[in-house]
Design a protein around this ligand. Structure first.
Ligand SMILES: [Zn+2]
Ligand SMILES: [Zn+2]
Length: 346
């Protein structure tokens, strides 16, 4: 066992505090990673505060992890000591269900093993990336291209793949019109990636406060959803709507913005049900869908795509001591656009 420094939640109601945690010994197929940077995802906050159900404390979160390989197990072939690598939202899966065998382990029928607050295959609770080191099976470790700035790359491991996967699946590209709802951690990556894919991108957000950013990230247009006229102006317009908002939206109004065979896909996760009228789907043969992160192969494809197109998340680098303040700022949408923790300060 390796005892390492971390920042942990002691309970659902207390601030995160410095802590030490145990990492398992490096097994034959494991990689030991010295973590350099860890992104702060909204999911981290929901998890430690018990919003998504009870968890075991103390709990270390963080599933946007980048660092260097410092040790490899005897059978490891994909990664070598010194490699720049990343870990995202999952660290294992059953590897034998239909979806795993199809290379879609993010949709493992037995549930993939989440990077934190999940029961690992050895029965321990997984601990995430607000930590100096992590041990992960080589099959769930990504190669991180050095072309992407080291201190900015971490959010691609969750926000990047979560938006890349639906854009790739529904074929955003030249000649397609894509709307991105919400311009936060997920939304700003969706805009950059969709624009790089060649799609015509429109940002839909409540106000036009972030208009200059939306255009700088590659959007052609930006409309305020607080303005009633927006929904009439944009009716029957989009091939794909990527909804990154985690609060319930009036779905019918958004679905009516889809043209023939258009799809609205949710990557935001509102806790409440959202009603919709099936008649809205009849018009233009519209679809409403969901999408959950991406497979390991697709995550590698996304990292290579971002390196090739010079895409990186917009980040604010913080020390570990600022994590609790950063949580409050995430909750009040006061971040442009993702916090990244310098783990040297743990
Ligand atoms: Zn996340
Ligand atoms: Zn499986």
């Amino acid at each position: 066992m390796l005892t390492v420094k971390a920042y942990a939640a002691p309970s659902a109601t207390e601030p995160l505090v410095p802590a030490t945690i145990e990492r398992r010994d490096v097994g034959p197929s494991d990689v030991l990673i010295a973590i350099r940077y860890a992104g702060i995802c909204h999911s981290d906050i929901h998890t430690v505060r018990g919003d998504w159900g009870p968890i075991t404390y103390p709990q270390v979160v963080g599933h946007e992890i980048v660092g260097e390989v410092v040790e490899v197990g005897s059978s490891v072939t994909k990664h070598a000591v010194g490699d720049r690598v990343g870990v995202g939202c999952m660290v294992n899966s059953c590897r034998e269900c239909e979806n795993c065998l199809a290379g879609m382990e993010n949709y493992c029928l037995k549930g993939n093993t989440q990077t934190y607050a999940a029961v690992d295959r050895d029965g321990t609770i997984t601990q995430g990336g607000y930590s100096t080191h992590v041990v992960v099976d080589e099959d769930f470790v990504l190669s991180v291209p050095e072309a992407i700035p080291y201190d900015a790359v971490a959010p691609l491991l969750c926000a990047g793949i979560t938006t890349y996967s639906p854009l790739a699946h529904w074929k955003a590209g030249p000649g397609t019109r894509v709307a991105v709802v919400g311009l936060g951690g997920l939304g700003h990556m969706a805009v950059k990636i969709a624009a790089a894919m060649g799609a015509e991108v429109t940002v839909l957000s409540r106000t036009l406060d972030k208009h200059d950013d939306a255009i700088a990230f590659g959007a052609a247009d930006h409309y305020a959803t607080a303005d009633e006229a927006t929904f009439a102006t944009l009716a029957n317009r989009f091939d794909l709507i990527v909804n990154t908002v985690s609060a319930p939206l009036p779905l019918d109004r958004y679905l009516r913005l889809l043209r023939l065979d258009g799809t609205m896909v949710n990557v935001g996760a509102p806790p409440e049900p959202m009603p919709l009228h099936v008649f809205t789907l009849f018009g233009n043969r519209r679809s409403f869908a969901g999408s959950s992160i991406g497979s390991i192969a697709e995550t590698q494809e996304m990292l290579d795509f971002c390196a090739a197109h010079g895409i990186a998340p917009e980040t604010e680098l913080i020390d570990a001591a600022q994590i609790n303040d950063a949580y409050e700022r995430v909750l009040s949408s006061d971040v442009r656009y993702r916090f990244v923790i310098d783990t040297a300060t743990l």
